[in-house]
Ligand binder design. Structure first.
Ligand SMILES: C[S@@+](CC[C@H](N)C(=O)[O-])C[C@H]1O[C@@H](n2cnc3c(N)ncnc32)[C@H](O)[C@@H]1O
Length: 349
């Protein structure tokens, strides 16, 4: 096990092992990564599948959207419930993942259409299909395991990976462009805002020092710079570069931009009784989902005292998850990367 390991916020390991490079990874992650490297195409197990199906309640003949198809795991299970007669509209920003999903779903030929697009363009996609209303919408946010573990995609700390991190590879800007071009203060603010990293200023200063000597082009190079400047006391639950990598990924792919508004608007496409399920993988993302759901349920989301509240209190959904659901022990023992998943669901009134 030399070149294949990652640390992301989606993978917070409590038990660590030393690899033959002298680095540390969690034991569960180590096992999972070894399997993935051997069989990457078959790796992706959909997160919280039982909960997703229980809450979406897909039925024969339904028209459903999977806004983040990824490798097609959830889509496959939904198609299994809605076929024959149903139709699945799948969207993903990553063409390569979409191609893998297409292959996985081919036995449902004619029962689905996949779109290489941003889920935020769902209204236009529905318009192009003349679909006016939906039975359910699923969003399983973030990146998929193949993207995380692929040696070319640069989401990981792999020693030979270019610092890329683009979900949509038709986009030209990469994480390396941010790291090498952004002014120091802006970079520190970005790492603080999207990574909630308290050492953001120190990390940004170290990055700027390093890039003055030579450009930072590799994931391991960046991880090494961060590791050198973050004080390590006691037992670490995550790799020191985790939060910075998260911040770069979120910023580069504009992952949080418009998420709350999109969720708020998209409920308008659901039929009465239609269901919306969203899985988030970090607190910033989940905060957006929570606010959108509360607004849809007619609850106050402003900080004003009740008598000054200006929130639109129209109720269009009933929230089905008073608290976000998390994966069960059994799932975590098999799929430790599901650990940060937070699922929220609502039904249209
Ligand atoms: C966690 S994975 C989904 C995995 C999928 N549910 C499965 O079972 O294989 C998230 C996916 O969302 C995609 N994605 C991220 N942001 C997106 C966006 N704004 N629009 C569409 N797809 C997006 C990523 O490319 C990735 O494939």
């Amino acid at each position: 096990m030399k070149d294949h390991w990652i640390w992301t916020t989606e993978q917070i390991w409590s038990v660590w092992v030393i690899t033959d490079r002298g680095d540390t990874v969690g034991t569960a992650a180590y096992k999972e990564m070894t399997e993935c490297v051997e069989q990457p195409e078959n790796f992706h197990t959909p997160v919280m599948l039982t909960e997703v199906l229980d809450l979406l309640q897909p039925e024969r003949g339904d028209v459903c959207v999977d806004g983040t198809v990824g490798l097609g795991g959830h889509s496959e299970a939904i198609l299994g419930r809605i076929q024959p007669g149903g139709f699945l509209i799948g969207i993903d920003r990553d063409k390569e993942s979409l191609d893998k999903a297409d292959e996985r779903l081919k036995s449902y030929h004619g029962g689905f259409r996949l779109f290489h697009d941003n889920y935020k363009n769902l209204p236009a996609v529905l318009n192009s299909l003349s679909v006016e209303s939906l039975d359910s919408i699923l969003l399983d946010l973030g990146v998929n395991s193949w993207q995380l573990l692929s040696t070319e995609r640069g989401f990981s700390f792999q020693s030979d990976a270019m610092l890329d991190m683009r979900i949509d590879r038709t986009q030209s800007r990469t994480a390396a462009d941010i790291v090498n071009e952004m002014p120091e203060k802006q970079l520190a603010d970005l790492i603080y805002k999207y990574g909630e990293e308290k050492f953001s200023r120190r990390i940004a200063a170290a990055i700027v020092n390093e890039r003055e000597i030579s450009p930072i082009t590799r994931c391991s190079q960046l991880a090494g710079i961060i590791k050198r400047v973050i004080p390590i006391r006691g037992k670490l639950r995550i790799h020191p570069a985790t939060k910075t990598f998260q911040a770069l990924r979120i910023a580069l792919n504009a992952e949080l931009e418009g998420l709350e508004e999109f969720l708020f608007d998209v409920a308008g496409f659901l039929k009465p009784g239609g269901r919306l399920v969203v899985i988030a993988f970090h607190s910033l993302e989940d905060r957006n989902v929570k606010r959108a759901f509360r607004r849809l349920a007619g609850q106050c989301v402003c900080d004003s005292p009740p008598e000054l509240c200006l929130c639109d209190r129209r109720v269009s959904v009933k929230i089905l998850t008073s608290r976000p659901m998390t994966p069960g022990r059994e799932e975590l023992s098999v799929t430790p990367r599901a650990r940060s998943a937070r699922l929220r669901a609502a039904v249209k009134i």
